[in-house]
Design a protein around this ligand. Structure first.
Ligand SMILES: Nc1nc2c(ncn2[C@@H]2O[C@H](COP(=O)(O)OP(=O)(O)OP(=O)(O)O)[C@@H](O)[C@H]2O)c(=O)[nH]1
Ligand SMILES: [Mg+2]
Length: 457
């Protein structure tokens, strides 16, 4: 659904990765590209303007002490603003009322109302264990009522029959009465497709609304109409008290502008997405998941957030100061690094969150397993405080004692010391001012190969 947008955004966000600090001038190009990408995705202009402004304000006000690199921080902001524009969290249907809870569907011709009635009925039945009655108040289009009847049978919903000779208000009232008598949980009323310029039809659905006082009035709109989807939703919303929007045909929409515009333009939440023609093709709309999808990140963002939560900033700063004073990086420091990796669930937990990991060959995955460094924690635990502080003390007999104490071989101890040695050399190499980056680099080592996670962004 967001293929083009994802491609454009990821390529422009990559450019910000090398920046040591976010400044007005170095984020300008990226912001311009993000803006273009959004406009090309057919996101409404006022939405794009607000979005860019928010991202810019927040990026320039960044706390440089943050444990994220500036590049990561910028992507995090873009992600959070994407979520905000779409409405924070998934908004559920509110069905908490004296049953039956009534849902009224509204929308333009061919937007997918009737199909969506069936999808919703099925969804409510399967996920919420609600009994559902559906009825059609579309007395205009030939065979509209039969279409709903067929779909109702397919999804196992109770179909309340109606006839083109009836008035829509009478049909809806009778369906409600029927549901009440049968102790049904939910009634969904399908309506005739309309052009919003059609005053007569608008008047009719207003009356329908007044007569049945639905707890949910859902506007069904075709995603492929882009920002127009948001504009028509707004026009309907001005006439009817809408409670939410269902965006259909997102499976055929490569741009995704509607998803990003609706909330901002109408103030109404998107509650569901139609993702195909079949009755099972309905998904709840989760702004956070959609945002990660747009950024092509899988679960990358929760990974970044986890790093921010778990990496002990105070310890990191202390280590930086220590090295800056010319003191050496000892085994206690190495141990801390391993512990931080552990607090994040280890390499395998992180791998699970990465997009595209399924395609990584098994022999590569095996190399990245957690056994080795977990064992190193045990080995260091068997050392004395003095040995950790002055690893040079570790002669053969000490190593033998440590191997025995940790249930490992002397080769394992040597391997640990070798890796520690490499890390210590790396520490020495970096110039003073760059030490914070080293810390980030160490963190990044765990996520080598991640699109945004690794090393110095
Ligand atoms: N690919 C795809 N097609 C959809 C989706 N939702 C609906 N459609 C198709 O869109 C067409 C119109 O759907 P309907 O449910 O009849 O639309 P409607 O709003 O009830 O139309 P009117 O009653 O004439 O106003 C049908 O061919 C549906 O199969 C969707 O999420 N994805
Ligand atoms: Mg219809």
């Amino acid at each position: 659904m967001f293929d083009n947008l994802t491609e454009r955004l990821t390529s422009s966000l990559k450019k910000i990765r090398g920046q040591g600090r976010l400044t007005e001038s170095n984020i300008q190009d990226t912001l311009r590209e993000v803006r273009m990408a959004l406009l090309e995705a057919d996101v409404a202009l006022p939405v794009v303007k607000d979005f860019i402004e928010h991202v810019k304000d927040r990026a320039l006000g960044q706390d440089v002490q943050s444990s994220l690199t500036p590049g990561q921080a910028f992507i995090k902001i873009v992600n959070e603003e994407l979520v905000a524009v779409m409405g924070k969290a998934n908004e559920k249907l509110s069905l908490a009322t004296q049953p039956p809870a009534t849902i009224l569907m509204a929308g333009l011709q061919g937007s997918g109302k009737t199909t969506t009635v069936a999808k919703l009925a099925r969804w409510l039945k399967e996920n919420e264990r609600r009994s559902v009655v559906v009825a059609s108040a579309d007395v205009y289009r030939p065979a509209a009522i039969e279409q709903l009847q067929t779909l109702a049978a397919e999804v196992g919903a109770d179909f309340f029959p109606s006839d083109p000779s009836q008035r829509p208000v009478d049909i809806a009232k009778a369906a409600l009465e029927y549901a009440r008598k049968k102790y049904k949980d939910v009634v969904i009323i399908d309506t005739a497709g309309r052009l919003h310029i059609d005053d007569e039809m608008m008047e009719e659905i207003k009356q329908l609304h007044a007569a049945i006082k639905p707890i949910e009035t859902l506007f069904v709109v075709d995603s492929m109409t882009g920002q127009d989807a948001a504009n028509t939703a707004k026009a309907f919303g001005d006439a009817l008290p809408l409670t939410g929007v269902i965006l259909t045909k997102t499976d055929g929409d490569a741009r995704g502008g509607a998803a990003l515009s609706v909330r901002h333009i109408t103030g109404k939440p998107i509650k569901f997405l139609g993702v195909g023609e079949k009755t099972g093709a309905l998904e709840r709309f989760h702004p956070d998941r959609i945002a990660s999808r747009i950024l092509g990140m899988g679960d990358m963002l929760s990974l970044i957030e986890e790093a921010e939560r778990n990496i002990d900033k105070a310890k990191a700063e202390k280590l930086v100061k220590k090295i800056q004073k010319g003191k050496s990086f000892d085994l206690n420091d190495y141990y801390d690094q391993l512990q931080q990796l552990k607090s994040m669930g280890g390499i395998s937990a992180m791998l699970d969150k990465l997009p595209g990991v399924a395609t990584v060959p098994q022999h590569v995955k095996d190399k990245l397993n957690d056994k080795e460094w977990l064992q190193q924690i045990v080995i260091i635990n068997s050392m004395t405080r003095q040995e950790r502080q002055f690893p040079d003390l570790l002669n053969n007999s000490r190593k033998q004692r440590i191997a025995k104490g940790s249930g490992t071989d002397i080769q394992d101890v040597n391997k640990l010391l070798k890796q520690y040695d490499q890390m210590q050399k790396m520490m020495k190499k970096f110039k003073k001012g760059n030490l914070l980056n080293v810390m980030r680099g160490l963190k990044g080592n765990m996520g080598r190969g991640m699109p945004f996670g690794g090393g110095r962004m």
